[in-house]
Design a protein around this ligand. Structure first.
Ligand SMILES: NC(=O)c1ccc[n+]([C@@H]2O[C@H](COP(=O)([O-])OP(=O)(O)OC[C@H]3O[C@@H](n4cnc5c(N)ncnc54)[C@H](OP(=O)(O)O)[C@@H]3O)[C@@H](O)[C@H]2O)c1
Length: 320
C-alpha cells in the first residue's frame, strides 16, 4: 500500500514573531495540513532548515512539503528565497510561496482592482496609462510600481527622498529594460499634487495610519485623475475622503475611489490562491507575478461571463 503523505507547510519568517495572519490563512485553506513554524530566520538558518526538510520523506514526500517565506523586510525575504533555491535540486524541489507581510498579494490586488475598474468604465487596460504610486518605496508600493511597469504604464513613484524614489525607478527600469518609471520627491501637499497632476490613476501606498493625499490637493491637482486607490486601512487613511470600503464610489466629480478594505478582500483571495497553487504543484515559486496573473485571469473570466466586455479579453493579455 502506498504511504499516505501529509501536506506540510514549513513557515519561515524573518521577523521575530511569525505572522498569525498567514498561518491562519494556511490553516483555513488546508485544515488537515501540518505547519512547522520558524521565526527570526536568517539566510544561514534557512539553508539548514530546508536541507533538513528535503530528504526524510523521499522525492514523493518533497512534493507534499511546501515552504512559505514571510517577513517585513522584503530584501531579506528575497535573500532567503535565493538561498533556498540554490539548495534544491531534482527530485528534491519544494514549492515555495513568497509574500513578505502580505506585500505581494496586496500590491497584486491593488493593481488588479484599478485595472478592473478601468476596463469596467471602458477606459481600456493599463498600457500607456499615467500612474502615480504615492509613497511607493515600501514593499507594497515597489511591487505595485513593478506590476504597473509590467503592464507598460508610465509610472511616477514618489518618496520624501528623491534618492529613494529614484532608486526604485532605476531598479525596475533595469529589470524591464525600458524607461517606464520615474522617481519624484514629494513631501508637501503641493509636491504631492504636482506628482498626480498628469495621472490617470493614483495609488497611495504609504505607511499605515499616515495621510498622504489631502482632499484639497486632490481637488486642486487631480483634474486628470479617474481612479484613486489607497492601501492603508488604518486611520487616518492615505487619501482623505476615500473610505476604506469604497469600491469604485465617486469621491469627487469624475474621480472614483478604491479603498483598502476593497483591495484587502481581493488580497485575501489571492493569498489563498497562491497557497492552493503551491499545494497542487510539486515545485516552483508562487509570488506576486502568480498572484497578479491569477487576479487578471479572474477579471477577464468575469467580464467574459457577464458578457460586459465588447473586446476579446485575450487582446489585453500581457504575458510576463
Ligand atoms: N490592505 C491590506 O490587505 C494590506 C496588507 C499589507 C499592507 N497593507 C498596507 O499597505 C501600506 C504599505 O505597506 P508597506 O509595508 O509597503 O509600508 P511601509 O514600508 O511601512 O511604508 C511605505 C512608505 O510610506 C512612506 N512613509 C512612511 N512614513 C511616512 C510618513 N510619516 N509620512 C509620509 N510618508 C511616510 C515611506 O516612504 P519614504 O520614506 O520613501 O517617503 C515608506 O517607504 C501600509 O499602509 C500597510 O498597512 C495593507
Amino acid at each position: 500500500m502506498p504511504r499516505q503523505l501529509k501536506k506540510v507547510f514549513i513557515f519561515l519568517d524573518t521577523d521575530k514573531h511569525a505572522s498569525s495572519f498567514d498561518i491562519l490563512t494556511i490553516i483555513d485553506t488546508f485544515p488537515d495540513a501540518a505547519i512547522l513554524k520558524y521565526e527570526s530566520v536568517t539566510v544561514e538558518d534557512a539553508e539548514k532548515i530546508v536541507y533538513d526538510a528535503m530528504f526524510p520523506r523521499g522525492p514523493e514526500g518533497a512534493k507534499q512539503t511546501k515552504i512559505f517565506i514571510n517577513g517585513h523586510n522584503s530584501e531579506r525575504v528575497n535573500e532567503v528565497l535565493e538561498k533556498i533555491r540554490e539548495c534544491m535540486f531534482p527530485p528534491f524541489e519544494l514549492a515555495i510561496i513568497v509574500d513578505p507581510r502580505g506585500a505581494y498579494t496586496t500590491a497584486a490586488a491593488a493593481v488588479a482592482k484599478t485595472l478592473e475598474f478601468s476596463l469596467k468604465k471602458g477606459w481600456g487596460n493599463l498600457e500607456e496609462k499615467a500612474v502615480t504610486v504615492l509613497a511607493g518605496t515600501g514593499p507594497v508600493g515597489q511591487t505595485a510600481v513593478e506590476l504597473y511597469a509590467s503592464e507598460k504604464a508610465n509610472v511616477v513613484v514618489t518618496s520624501r527622498s528623491l534618492e529613494r524614489a529614484s532608486s526604485v525607478a532605476t531598479k525596475i527600469n533595469k529589470k524591464y529594460e525600458r524607461e517606464k518609471v520615474r522617481g519624484v520627491e514629494a513631501q508637501t501637499s503641493e509636491e504631492i499634487g504636482k506628482a498626480i497632476e498628469d495621472a490617470d490613476i493614483a495609488l497611495s501606498a504609504g505607511a499605515a495610519g499616515v495621510q498622504i493625499l489631502p482632499l484639497e490637493t486632490l481637488k486642486k491637482y487631480g483634474r486628470n485623475c479617474k481612479i484613486v486607490a489607497d492601501i492603508n486601512a488604518i486611520p487616518p487613511f492615505g487619501v482623505e475622503g476615500l473610505k476604506s470600503e469604497s469600491d469604485g464610489n465617486e469621491i469627487l466629480l469624475d474621480i472614483f475611489g478604491i479603498g483598502a478594505l476593497a483591495i484587502g478582500k481581493l488580497k485575501n483571495k489571492l493569498e489563498v490562491e497562491l497557497i492552493k497553487r503551491a499545494a497542487e504543484e510539486p515545485k516552483g515559486v508562487f509570488d506576486y507575478k502568480i498572484a497578479y496573473e491569477a487576479a487578471r485571469k479572474a477579471i477577464f473570466k468575469k467580464f467574459k461571463e457577464e458578457k460586459s466586455f465588447e473586446v476579446e479579453p485575450e487582446k489585453y493579455w500581457l504575458p510576463y
